[in-house]
Design a protein around this ligand. Structure first.
Ligand SMILES: Cc1cc2nc3c(=O)[nH]c(=O)nc-3n(C[C@H](O)[C@H](O)[C@H](O)COP(=O)(O)OP(=O)(O)OC[C@H]3O[C@@H](n4cnc5c(N)ncnc54)[C@H](O)[C@@H]3O)c2cc1C
Length: 509
């Protein structure tokens, strides 16, 4: 960080509130004796179902061990074997034990380590409860961001370089494992500013979220099945192998669809069962999950736990090069908001904490290297987007989003029912018929200078990302990775071994 100048970090809630704080299973890195970056790359590419960017995968797996060791040097406390080496778990679609974990709260431990490290660096200021609402674009480059502070007023932060690290967009769906902050703000803001977004049709649905009425869809990590938990139907029968030869540890999209089909077939819930495992071990290894189950009146080790799929991770995002540069000069992105191409059409479990670590560091280095210059050419530059060019003076007083901007449209419900696990042209068109007019109306109001309050911006961003996901899902007429079309059930490499990218300028001119 030395020589990086002044750094301002804005988070819209408390710093620890984000998907990272909820990550349970772990972080993948090829550090085991029987493992190698090459094996890790092969698993990542197989999960990505033909759409991974091989260069990005190479960067991830080659650099992963180095950055994970650095985390340990900075104080991250991962679980260890008796001989002191990091304990390595195995998860679905991994061919070796390579998942480091801190019990079932790995993300919290990584976040703690990184925040402690950042707090010691000179020149770093952090503001919590500061919600960035839009990017400032001047002369075709990103020149800062506007945010609503804890005082409720609109502020501007000017910067030579802006990094979006705003995380995922699970809240676009009615059923999600993501916390309330995961509303896709970075994707929506980058799109409004003219940057390219890509691969948005690829939304990963996690098969095992706790499904108890009135309870949050708490994630029941894949590590549980890695340790021997089984999916069973209401008759107590293991059923996944009926639909998927790889059984309970098939990829997440496949297990999710198997659960939905079994629920349809039996008309009854499905369960995760750990009854065959040692109860004391289960509670010690998964304290956080045990506690979440206890709050729902269930004992993780002894009761069948009702589960179902929920939106979990966005493979697509703001398009970046291997150093976090987006298509808009001065704007960088890293973590779940970014699309480096490393995940292709489906993410391998435990690769996303690693992606944030590796590509976040690279983006930081690029921001420093590009500073003070006009910067290297951004990734596939475009003419300045009209919306960006129109970013003028702002009104200091945010106005409430008037009723009717999204009307009575329940975007999250539409997305769950029509742009979810099973898609087809009819359902996708029906979704777009609701989403597109609402988005156009909101977009026109923003272009006319409307300013919203916090809830209003949240609604606009969720709507924008929902509409972009539905658009891409309709265009991709095949099934691949997490994108499954009932009307095109096969993968089609002849026509669709390519990526779908969107820019605002190509839609509204
Ligand atoms: C329940 C769960 C379990 C998971 N388990 C694993 C796992 O075991 N292994 C793994 O690799 N991955 C896992 N993932 C995925 C992984 O946690 C995330 O992809 C990753 O942590 C994302 O990190 P991030 O830094 O990009 O975003 P986040 O950690 O979500 O951070 C985003 C930050 O941006 C802030 N923000 C957002 N919008 C704004 C705005 N408009 N203005 C200001 N601030 C804003 C938020 O407040 C937050 O501080 C899991 C995800 C979930 C939800």
């Amino acid at each position: 960080m030395s020589g990086a100048g002044d750094i301002l970090i804005l988070t819209k809630a408390e710093p620890e509130e984000g998907n990272t704080g909820y990550a349970q299973g772990g972080i993948a890195a090829a550090i085991g004796a029987d493992d190698s970056p090459q094996l890790h790359a092969e698993d990542t590419i197989a999960a990505g179902d033909g759409l991974c960017d091989a260069r990005a995968v190479h960067v991830l797996v080659e650099n992963g061990p180095r950055y994970v060791r650095e985390l340990i040097e900075w104080g991250a406390q991962f679980d260890r074997e008796h001989d002191g080496t990091p304990a390595l778990a195995i998860e679905g679609a991994h061919s070796a034990r390579r998942v480091l974990h801190a019990r079932d709260a790995t993300g919290r431990e990584i976040g703690r380590t990184l925040w402690q490290r950042a707090a010691k660096l000179p020149g770093v200021t952090a503001h919590a409860h500061a919600r960035v609402v839009d990017l400032i674009v001047e002369s075709g480059r990103c020149a800062g961001a506007r945010f609503i502070g804890p005082d409720g007023a609109l502020h501007e932060a000017r910067a030579d370089a802006v990094l979006l690290a705003t995380g995922g967009a699970g809240q676009v769906y009615r059923e999600t494992t993501n916390p309330a902050v995961a509303t896709g703000d970075g994707v929506a803001m980058a799109f409004r500013a003219g940057a390219a977004v890509v691969d948005l049709e690829f939304v990963q649905f996690h098969p095992t979220a706790l499904k108890v009425s009135g309870q949050p869809r708490f994630l029941l990590s894949e590590a549980l099945r890695g340790e021997g938990a089984r999916l069973i139907n209401s008759a107590g029968e293991a059923f996944v192998a009926r639909y998927e030869s790889a059984g309970d540890l098939a990829s997440r999209d496949r297990v999710s669809r198997a659960i939905a089909r079994e629920e349809d077939r039996t008309g009854a819930p499905v369960y995760l069962s750990l009854q065959q495992l040692d109860a004391a071990y289960v509670h010690a290894r998964f304290p956080l999950i045990s506690e979440a189950c206890r709050c729902a009146g269930l004992d993780l080790a002894c009761d069948p736990i009702p589960v179902g799929p929920a939106a979990h991770y966005l493979m697509g995002g703001v398009e970046t090069d291997l150093d976090g540069r987006t298509t808009l000069l001065g704007l960088y992105a890293a973590g779940e908001v970014a699309c480096t191409g490393v995940h292709g059409a489906n993410r391998l479990a435990s690769n996303s904490l690693l992606e944030g670590l590796v590509f976040g560091a690279r983006a930081g280095a690029a921001m420093r290297a590009d500073a003070g210059t006009s910067g290297p050419a951004p990734l596939r530059p475009d003419a300045p987007d009209r919306a960006g060019a129109r970013n003028g003076p702002t009104q200091a007083t945010p106005q409430a989003l008037e009723p009717g901007t999204t009307g009575s449209l329940d975007v999250r419900d539409v997305m769950w029912r029509q742009v979810g696990l099973f898609r087809d042209a009819e359902r996708l068109r029906a979704a777009l018929q609701e989403l597109e007019p609402a988005w156009r109306q909101a977009d026109a109001r923003i272009r006319d200078g409307a300013r919203f309050d916090l809830q209003g911006w949240r609604a606009v961003n969720v709507l924008t990302v929902a509409w972009l996901i539905a658009r891409a899902a309709l265009r991709r007429e095949e099934s691949r990775g997490a994108h499954y079309r009932d009307d095109y059930p096969q993968r089609d490499d002849i026509n669709w071994k390519n990526r779908i990218s969107d820019r605002r300028s190509s839609i509204v001119g």
